[in-house]
Design a protein around this ligand. Structure first.
Ligand code: TA6
Length: 310
């Protein structure tokens, strides 16, 4: 079983424009609502692949209700904590089609109460069973200290689960002390925790080696369009994604991680795992929604993924 934990989920509002120009009235071509918050995306991927998973975290208000129904429409089993006061946040993703790429503007989210924090702790203790993979992804909600966040992460070890982290900054620093099974930093997050220059592969490998020495089993350094560098105790993989017609890069890293966890849950080897993950991330890039991908397209991309053992 995989438990995905999104403490601060988001309803994504994707705004499609021809172009984005300062001091101009930029006309919206289309607005699409989709799932946001990172670990939620992972549950969407796992559910599409019929890998048993439970999506948990903290919801509030009408946005929370809308987000839960978007998740359930995609076959995700939700078991969230609901807080009376507050409103699940929105992320605004602006996609200017002529220039490519996207701008992401995220709200902070609502402050969680002590009662909500306690309920989240007992929910995790109820859900996590020995051997489960438990993935924390996305930013923390306001109102939770680093120490309290670490308390939640420690419940995974308490239940003999495998901790997977796609988080950043001081929360990631705290999480590293618990020797997670897998982390998926992007370049910025990697530089923050290692001080290494990610434009130099040797420095990336050095930084990954240091993290592996701390007891982390898999480090998947996401390098955006350059692909990824995967480090394990057995060695390194350099992975180059296929060239695709990018529509919206939002959510690629989350779908990549979801694809990797789906393979690991089925005990695939590292090469198969990250070949599939890379093909999934590439498919997501060709769709405008944050959580959309095509499994048929992914199958076609598999053989286009280049993998080198370093
Ligand atoms: O990675 C994509 C995404 O989950 C978007 O859907 C948007 O909701 C944003 O990231 C949320 O990121 P944050 O780090 O604020 O939790």
């Amino acid at each position: 079983m995989v438990i995905t934990v999104t403490l601060n989920p988001a309803l994504d509002k994707i705004i499609l424009l021809k172009r984005l120009e300062k001091n101009k009235n930029n006309q919206i071509m289309e607005t699409v609502y989709d799932i946001g918050g990172k670990a939620t995306h992972i549950s969407v991927v796992l559910s599409a692949l019929y890998v048993e998973n439970i999506a948990t975290g903290i919801f509030a208000g009408k946005n929370g209700l809308r987000l839960q129904s978007l998740l359930e429409d995609k076959g995700v089993y939700c078991d969230f904590i609901w807080q009376g006061e507050g409103e699940t946040r929105e992320s605004f993703i602006i996609v200017p089609q002529e220039e490519g790429g996207s701008y992401m503007i995220t709200q902070r989210g609502f402050s969680i109460t002590r009662d909500t924090f306690k309920k989240m702790k007992s929910k995790l203790l109820d859900l996590i069973k020995e051997g489960d993979m438990v993935v924390f992804a996305g930013g923390p909600p306001p109102g939770i200290s680093i120490e309290e966040y670490k308390e939640l992460l420690q419940l995974v070890e308490k239940r003999k689960g495998k901790l997977i982290l796609d988080i950043r900054g001081p929360y990631l620093e705290a999480g590293l002390q618990l020797m997670p099974y897998l982390i998926k930093p992007n370049e910025y997050e990697f530089q923050e925790i290692t001080g290494m220059d990610t434009s130099k592969e040797k420095q990336c490998m050095l930084g990954i080696e240091r993290l592996l020495k701390q007891g982390i089993k898999i480090v998947a350094l996401s390098l955006g369009k350059r692909g990824s560098l995967i480090g394990t105790q057995e060695g390194f993989l350099r992975i180059i994604p296929p060239e695709v017609q990018e529509v919206n890069d939002t959510g690629c890293g989350d779908v990549f991680l979801g694809g990797a966890l789906a393979m690991l849950a089925q005990h695939k080897n590292i090469e198969e795992t990250f070949r599939f993950a890379t093909a999934m991330g590439a498919s997501k890039a060709t769709h405008r929604e944050s959580s959309k991908f095509s499994l048929n397209q992914t199958q076609r991309f598999l053989e286009q993924v280049k993998i080198e053992f370093l």
